[in-house]
Design a protein around this ligand. Structure first.
Ligand code: ZN
Length: 430
């Protein structure tokens, strides 16, 4: 009987805790999104944000219990403050195309470009201050831009754009508030290829959810496919002089790397994605050539008809979803000094430190494992610090000899990457 009382009491208490947390969301936010569109202009040394427009979108897919981002991932973080109390009521880390571009030769030479960015936050009930902080050279977040937003201002746009785009539920795991919500968008599919888009999406999702830890966590996901129609079939191939009218603007040769594929048409992506509840965007490129890209908390993309498409789809999603860094160091990249000497990368799977007590995955390293860990078959299944990661053969270390963030084939995520993915799934679902 006493045990029953305790049980009943603990159920009442846990219900109360949930109710209290829920009301924290309800106190400050309505279950829709506020999208703040910005232009971000500059070169490697200076940059400026300017406001494009503010709009209300119909859904908020985030976890109402995790309004403050405790993951410390990304090169930027958006923070929202209640103007009455000055309390921070929301934050979320992310990366931007501008951050990557500013490390290219062009930006270092002082040539300025403009990128379009969106901040997406739950819809505040009152006036808020929205602030972007970016990391300095020692990885400390410093304020870079701020804006006071009044959601009741009649300049806040409330129309729904790209309403005619068809959406299909591919995986229905349950309510968005406690699931990871993926929006898959097709690009370069013309009106006769929407059946192919459905098949491509299902085939590549099959690879993702056959890979751990996604396999074990499949029930924590919702996946919705959006089917915008492109006038032309295929995506842009600048080096071949081929430009297609593809609705989301995906192009190979991003930052002039042949296999790197990105879109700069952020507005088109956001307008279409906003038709469904989403936490993260995947774009499928109706293309044969090997390529893709993935930016943390922005989107990942992959060409669908290459022999490596399954690998690229999962690898790039690792970047976009869990903030994983590239563990390889032998491929051509566009960046200069993306991990400056003496700075510990924020990515959960790359370290510059060789002290087990300081390495972020130190708790997974066995006491007998030599550091640095020899790159030999004896240490093939071991977590350690293997030299060569983050585009550098020397000075940066990866957790395992092999991982899908290292090899160009479908191999498992190493234990450190798998843990980072699990933590992100938890962030959206617990
Ligand atoms: Zn890994």
């Amino acid at each position: 009987m006493r045990r029953l009382c305790v049980l009943v009491l603990s159920i009442i208490m846990s219900t109360r805790v949930v109710a209290a947390e829920r009301s924290e969301f309800d106190r400050y936010f309505a279950p829709q999104s506020l999208r703040i569109d910005l232009y971000h202009t500059g070169d490697a040394r200076t940059d400026i944000y300017s406001l494009d427009e503010v709009m209300v979108e119909p859904f908020w897919a985030g976890n109402p219990h995790n309004l403050i981002d405790t993951l410390n991932l990304g090169s930027c973080i958006v923070r929202v403050f209640d103007l009455e109390t000055n309390a921070m009521i929301y934050s979320r880390g992310y990366c931007s195309l501008f951050d990557e571009w500013k490390t290219t030769d062009e930006a270092i030479a002082g040539f300025a470009r403009t990128f379009h960015e969106s901040l997406i936050i739950p819809l505040p009930r009152g006036k808020v201050q929205v602030r972007i902080d970016t990391r300095d050279r020692s990885n400390v977040f410093k304020p870079a831009f701020d804006l006071v937003v009044d959601p009741a201002d009649y300049h806040v746009v409330t129309e729904r754009r790209s309403r005619g785009v068809r959406s299909v539920e591919l995986i229905d795991g349950g309510p968005s508030a406690s699931k990871v919500d993926i929006a898959i968008l097709g690009d370069g599919y013309d009106a006769n290829e929407l059946h192919k888009l459905r098949n491509d999406a299902e085939r590549l999702l099959g690879v993702l959810f056959n890979t751990e830890p996604f396999k074990s966590r499949k029930r924590d996901f919702n996946v919705r496919l959006l089917e915008p129609v492109s006038a032309d079939s295929g995506v842009d191939e600048p080096r071949e002089g081929k430009y297609r009218s593809n609705v989301l603007g995906l192009s190979f040769n991003a930052f002039d790397i042949p296999r790197y594929m990105l879109t700069y048409s952020n507005k088109a992506v956001r307008d279409i994605a906003g038709n469904v509840p989403y936490d993260i965007v995947i774009i499928l490129a109706n293309a044969k050539r090997y390529g893709g890209g993935g930016i943390y908390n922005l989107y990942s993309d992959a060409s669908v008809d290459n022999e490596f498409s399954g690998y690229v789809f999962v690898h790039e999603f690792g970047h976009a979803f869990a903030g994983l860094g590239d563990e390889y160091y032998s491929s051509e990249v566009a960046y200069n000094d993306i991990y400056p000497k003496g700075m510990e990368p924020w990515e959960p799977n790359i370290t510059a430190l060789l002290d087990t007590a300081k390495v972020k995955w130190g708790d997974l390293i066995g006491s007998g494992t030599p550091i640095p860990t020899p790159d030999d078959s004896i240490h093939a299944g071991v977590v350690g610090c293997f030299e060569g990661a983050g585009y550098a053969a020397k000075g940066l270390f990866r957790p395992s000899r092999d991982c899908i963030m290292f090899s160009k084939r479908v191999v498992p995520f190493c234990p450190v990457c798998a843990r980072a993915i699990d933590r992100m799934v938890d962030f959206y679902t617990k």
